[in-house]
Design a protein. Structure first.
Length: 113
């Protein structure tokens, strides 16, 4: 008779704050986009300058935030020049606040408080 390998024990949800960080926001460029937009709408060029990101890198991360519903992008023209303006949505603002609260809890836990 063959024995089945023992299953690893199920883990309870982690009480450690890092385990609850939003994976959509927990990236340098995506977090940078969200925090920059928390102050108000910005164009693609403004975000690119603020974050020091390449066009491709910024557009990939902005699309990920859009897909999650955290950011909207309005495309238009300034004369003949295309202009994309990004805004943080209400959901994005709420998730950013939650993420920052979790980071504060993580810092407190790291300091033993």
């Amino acid at each position: 008779m063959r024995r089945r390998p023992a299953r690893p024990p199920r883990r309870a949800p982690s009480a450690f704050p890092a385990a609850r960080l939003d994976p959509v926001l927990h990236g340098r460029v995506r977090l940078g986009i969200a925090t920059a937009l928390a102050a108000g709408p910005m164009t693609f060029g403004e975000l690119k300058d603020r974050l020091g990101a390449t066009d491709g890198n910024l557009s990939v991360h902005a699309r990920r935030l859009e897909a999650a519903g955290y950011v909207t992008c309005e495309k238009g023209f300034d004369g003949r020049v295309p202009r994309s303006t990004y805004r943080l949505t209400a959901e994005g603002r709420r998730e950013l606040r939650r993420y920052l609260g979790q980071m504060e809890a993580l810092i407190r836990a790291g300091r033993g408080r």
